[in-house]
Ligand binder design. Structure first.
Ligand SMILES: C[S@@+](CC[C@H](N)C(=O)[O-])C[C@H]1O[C@@H](n2cnc3c(N)ncnc32)[C@H](O)[C@@H]1O
Length: 197
């Protein structure tokens, strides 16, 4: 069984589940910069659970739960000690709880015909524009936020960063790029979005 160790956490990998990469680590580092003890946190699309595992290993949140649409990912994250619900974005989260922090490393690759076989496709396929899942996510995230909540989300120069930030502004959020790294042909960025006050 292959394991990955990062920031005092260890997760086991599994077939059909996104293997943590530069984007996962950049997000985990940003989360450690902006999250603090006592927060109520949700991670959408947890994969192996690496980002949530880093939070659990380094912080003491009041609550941390995760979702993933891929049943293999949900099983893998559960095996890595993450409290995970297998669902589409927020759909399995009932009673509209408020989270202080919402985290997402979404599928963001512009994809037309070149799909990957099986559930792993959900890790990459952002639709033709690259923004399909992100747009669904942003349509729903506000229901789970108070005025003090924030989002930390990954995107890339391969998607349309400007379009995503404008979409956030239309939803009364203030987006800011707080981290970035170059990785092969793309620049991976972390957007932090807070509520406009
Ligand atoms: C790029 S991977 C990131 C995985 C992990 N968070 C990480 O950083 O290593 C994207 C993850 O989002 C999940 N995902 C894609 N669409 C989703 C949706 N509509 N609802 C929940 N999870 C989704 C995928 O199954 C995949 O595990």
């Amino acid at each position: 069984m292959i394991e990955i160790e990062y920031q005092k956490s260890v997760v086991k990998l599994a077939d059909n589940v996104y293997e943590p990469a530069e984007d996962s680590f950049l997000l985990a580092d940003a989360v450690l910069q902006y999250a603090y003890d006592g927060m109520r946190i949700i991670e959408i699309g947890t994969g192996t659970g690496i980002v949530s595992a880093v939070i659990r290993a380094n912080l003491n949140p009041e609550m941390i739960i995760a979702t993933d649409i891929n049943p293999y990912a949900a099983r893998c994250a559960k095996g890595n000690g993450i409290d995970v619900i297998r669902t589409d974005l927020f759909k399995g989260i009932k009673r509209l709880p408020i989270f202080d922090l919402i985290i997402f490393n979404p599928p963001y690759l512009p994809t037309d015909d070149e799909k990957i076989e099986g559930w792993l496709n959900y890790a990459f396929d952002g639709g033709i524009s690259g923004n399909d899942t992100v747009e669904d996510f942003l349509d729903n995230a506000g229901y789970y936020m108070s005025d003090d909540s924030s989002i930390l989300m990954v995107t890339s120069s391969l998607a349309d960063i400007k379009h995503i930030m404008n979409n956030m502004k239309d939803k009364d959020l203030c987006p800011e790029i707080v981290a970035s790294t170059r990785y092969f042909f793309e620049e991976i960025v972390i957007i932090r979005a807070t509520k406009k006050t």
